[in-house]
Design a protein around this ligand. Structure first.
Ligand code: BTN
Length: 322
């Protein structure tokens, strides 16, 4: 643990109290200059630390700052964590690591310049306002079952949001998470397939969650469809670190027995697509259909206006009656 993290831990344990530089120096067995430098570093990261010459330092619990060390300390399993203040895309980075990476690598960014969504879309990933992370795993599953990873991520995020906030989450098949019919999270699963056995060499499960709304609102093209867990001025102390750790811990619990599909009901009960009228969008064709069910492969069972029934394993739908 770096000096700044040790100091942060002490200040957090003694919040609303002043701790003198001398006491910190004694406890950590370092010079007061080293303490002063570390405090300066923490302040530049955004921590609200008040310094009063006669009393010492006091941490006001107001910030929500990503910290690799904190996330690591809350994870129940061993992960290689790579953290970026800014990157083009955590999924792109993970794919570059590919098979060479440690099985169980977690790539986290505070901002993405070229966040990627499904169908080649852009995923808006502004600084400080969300969590953007990719899990790189080497699952022993057939590549045709990779939808299980996307749906598992969706359930993990939905359950953690409902445990940590008072929001109710619904899922728009297959990978969009909504609050009051607006999207706050998207998931992009990518990977590479072994030609020998059809299994995944590795998979990258990328999750982007809007935690705070931008002060000036969302860009025009998404302003009517995007939302976040909290308003811009509702900063929650240390929410993002706990959120990532809780999602990864939950994901790994289900992942250990992924083929048992123990999370299927949790997905289905939040699925807003069921019994809705939808437009099924395939390449250049759009067909109206009614959603009948979700099957155990997470395929959407739809019935077209001519009576034909199809199990959709991928693709996109647009829901008509919400
Ligand atoms: C979608 O809504 O179509 C999927 C969005 C997925 C966004 C996440 S953010 C972390 C990871 N890195 C990316 O570039 N994309 C995913």
């Amino acid at each position: 643990m770096q000096t700044k993290d040790k100091i942060l831990k002490i200040l957090e344990e003694n919040s609303n109290q002043y701790i003198s530089g001398e006491d910190l120096a004694l406890e950590l067995n370092i010079s007061r200059t080293a303490i002063w430098k570390a405090i300066k570093q923490l302040k530049s990261l955004g921590y609200d630390i008040e310094g009063v010459s006669t009393k010492g330092y006091n941490l006001t619990k107001s910030g929500d700052i990503l910290s690799k060390e904190k996330i690591q300390s809350m994870l129940n399993q061993n992960f290689d964590i790579v953290y970026f203040d800014e990157i083009d895309s955590t999924n792109s980075y993970a794919k570059k690591l590919g098979e060479k990476a440690f099985n169980q690598t977690l790539i986290i960014a505070n901002e993405q310049g070229k966040g990627r969504g499904r169908m080649g879309r852009f995923f808006y990933s502004p600084k400080d306002l969300g969590v953007y992370f990719s899990l790189l795993l080497k699952p022993k599953i057939d590549a045709t079952k990779s939808v299980m990873l996307t749906t598992l991520a969706a359930v993990s995020i939905a359950e953690v949001v409902e445990e940590m906030t008072d929001k109710k989450v619904s899922i728009k098949w297959v990978n969009d998470l909504l609050i009051e019919n607006k999207k706050f999270c998207g998931i992009l699963t990518e990977g590479s397939i072994s030609m020998e056995n059809g299994e995944l060499n590795y998979a990258v499960v990328g999750m982007g969650v809007n935690i705070y709304k931008p002060k000036k609102g969302y860009p025009k093209n998404i302003e009517n469809i995007a939302t976040a867990l909290f308003e811009n001025d509702q900063k929650q102390y240390d929410f993002k670190n706990k959120f990532i750790a809780n999602v990864v811990n939950k994901f790994m619990l289900y992942y250990e027995n992924i083929e048992s599909l123990s999370y299927f009901n949790s997905y289905k009960k939040r699925s807003i697509s069921l019994s809705k009228t939808v437009d099924v969008i395939k390449l250049n064709e759009v067909k109206r259909a009614k959603v009948l069910d979700l099957d155990e492969n997470f395929s959407l069972v739809v019935q077209y206006e001519n009576g034909d029934i199809e199990h959709l394993s991928s693709g996109e739908i647009s829901i008509k009656d919400i």
